[in-house]
Design a binder for this molecule. Structure first.
Ligand code: AMP
Ligand code: ZN
Length: 499
């Protein structure tokens, strides 16, 4: 077979439905709606007691790209993402502030939704809150008690009996011995002292004095749900007993998702999830970004000096979802540069393709049929990379490679076809706000390559705290007619004559 034909047949083979790694089988699996209609997709949402950090937001952005890519494949998605608005942390903070629980959580829910909107995430089909689904959670407990998978204790708590569910540990591949050593010796917290086995987990927590007014009446006593139960109750209420895809950060594999499987399958006797989708962590200097380690950045921290949230979204997508991503301000700065250059190319080629910006933006919002768009297109590789385990950075790399060719291309028809394919990809990546508005681009002419290299060296020197070199380079740039202005996230260059 001639090489080109072979390559094309490979591409056609890869012009495929989306394939995604499944944590359960540790293999790539085709993503498909098992009812033949829409994909039932459930994501564990935020705990609403503080602002989300960009690590949390990375997981939600990746889930958004997944959903968009499924949709761009022509499959509708029923996307459910819950709100954890009752747990130890929310109760403690609400009581400290002497606020009813819902008055305390409401502003954090709003803040989270605003962050998601700023990062251009599509709103989920439903965003159920745990406190709005107490009857569903009680019903699950009743069934588990009746089937002998759960037991109540004198303090009004109810525990899931792990020994009653032989396949417990199958997602995280923990055997009995590992399970016992993974769960710490002794009570993990005061309200778990009565459980019969170390690995049993709370479905319901009996009321403690420090819970204040946060409790519900049940047949087994006053109390509140354990954290794991809410996701089984809300996912099954919205999507039925079996979900197509269930997502979360990798820290949720054990125990949260393991417990979700146990309580759901013990209850219904049916498979709970076809496909498990876990995202690796965002790191800072080798450690997981987390509220408790105090190494977190919020979206506000990064955008308050005027940086577009789209740049943050882009950084969060700049590594494969199954690999940890290290967050740095240099990466933020590099992303800003990359998107600015890409925007400039787009603003140059859109008129040459004989369309206007509004038309391009419309294409981005209403992606076309991928079979037609990518057939024999130079952008097919980018699309295939995205469809093969959501390789966001690989897909972007393919797009950047097109810039040189586009700058030289004279044929409006070719440019138009490429822009249509590009619009499809930008929709899937959630970068359909590109190109940045032309007014912004016009206000600062692009510095020549030599100037950009000097400015880049200066930025590096500053990052290395070599301030003497950084100052020398600033002077040298000034002598060449360019001023450099720093912000927390990077710098901008403008001609000295403007000042
Ligand atoms: P939480 O608000 O703590 O319940 O977490 C919300 C989501 O963020 C969950 O899916 C977590 O697994 C995820 N998550 C927590 N920390 C990180 C991190 N550093 N990087 C990526 N995802 C994270
Ligand atoms: Zn969950």
């Amino acid at each position: 077979m001639p090489a080109l034909v072979y390559f094309k047949s490979l591409c056609n083979e890869f012009a495929m439905p989306l394939h995604l790694h499944d944590t359960f089988t540790r293999q790539l699996k085709e993503v498909r709606p098992h009812d033949g209609q829409s994909l039932r997709f459930y994501c564990c949402g935020p705990t609403v007691y503080a602002p989300a950090h960009i690590g949390n937001l990375r997981t939600f952005v990746l889930q958004d790209v997944f959903r968009r890519t499924v949709e761009a494949n022509g499959i509708s998605v029923k996307h459910i993402r819950n709100l954890t608005d009752v747990d130890d942390k929310t109760i403690r903070a609400a009581n400290e502030q002497k606020l009813p629980l819902e008055d305390f959580t409401r502003p954090w829910i709003t803040r989270f939704q605003e962050d998601c909107q700023s990062l251009n995430m599509l709103p989920p089909s439903e965003e159920p809150a745990a406190t709005a689904h107490i009857p569903e959670q009680m019903k699950l407990i009743e069934t588990l008690l009746a089937k002998g998978h759960a037991y109540a204790t004198d303090d009004g708590s109810v525990y899931f009996k792990v020994s009653s569910f032989p396949s417990y540990g199958k997602l995280s591949r923990l055997d009995e011995r590992e399970l016992q050593s993974t769960v710490p010796e002794g009570p993990q917290d005061a309200d778990e002292y009565e459980k019969a086995d170390r690995s049993d987990f709370a479905l319901w927590k009996g009321r403690k004095p420090e819970d204040g007014e946060v409790f519900w009446e049940t047949p087994w006593g006053r109390g509140r749900p354990g954290w794991h139960l809410e996701c089984s109750a809300m996912s099954m209420a919205a999507l039925g007993s079996t979900l197509d895809v269930h997502g979360g950060g990798v820290d949720l594999v054990f125990p949260h998702h393991e417990n979700e499987i146990a309580q759901s399958e013990a209850c219904t006797g049916q498979l709970f999830v076809h496909h498990w989708f876990h995202c690796a962590h965002l790191m800072v200097e080798g450690e997981k970004m987390s509220k408790s380690l105090g190494n977190m950045y919020t979206l506000d921290d990064l955008t308050k000096d005027g940086l577009s949230p789209l740049i943050v979204r882009f950084v969060l997508l700049s590594g494969h979802y199954r690999q940890q991503l290290n967050f740095t301000f240099n990466a933020l700065h590099a992303a800003n540069e990359a998107l600015r250059k890409f925007s400039q190319t787009l603003l140059r080629i859109i008129p040459r393709a004989e369309i206007d910006l509004a038309t391009f933006r419309h294409w981005c919002r209403a992606p076309g049929d991928q079979n037609e768009l990518f057939n024999e297109s130079p952008l097919q590789n980018a699309w295939n990379l995205l469809c093969r385990d959501l390789n966001t950075s690989g897909a972007w790399g393919q797009l950047m490679k097109q810039r040189g060719r586009w700058e030289k291309e004279k044929d409006p028809g070719i440019l138009q076809r490429d822009l249509q394919a590009l619009a499809h990809l930008l929709y899937a990546l959630g970068l359909e706000q590109l190109p940045f508005a032309p007014e912004e681009e016009k206000s600062e002419p692009e510095a020549p390559a030599e100037i950009q290299t000097l400015a880049e060296k200066r930025w590096q020197a500053k990052a290395n705290r070599d301030f003497a070199t950084a100052d020398e380079l600033r002077d040298s740039l000034k002598n060449k007619g360019w001023l450099v202005k720093d912000s927390r996230d990077g710098y901008t260059l403008r001609p000295a004559t403007k000042s």
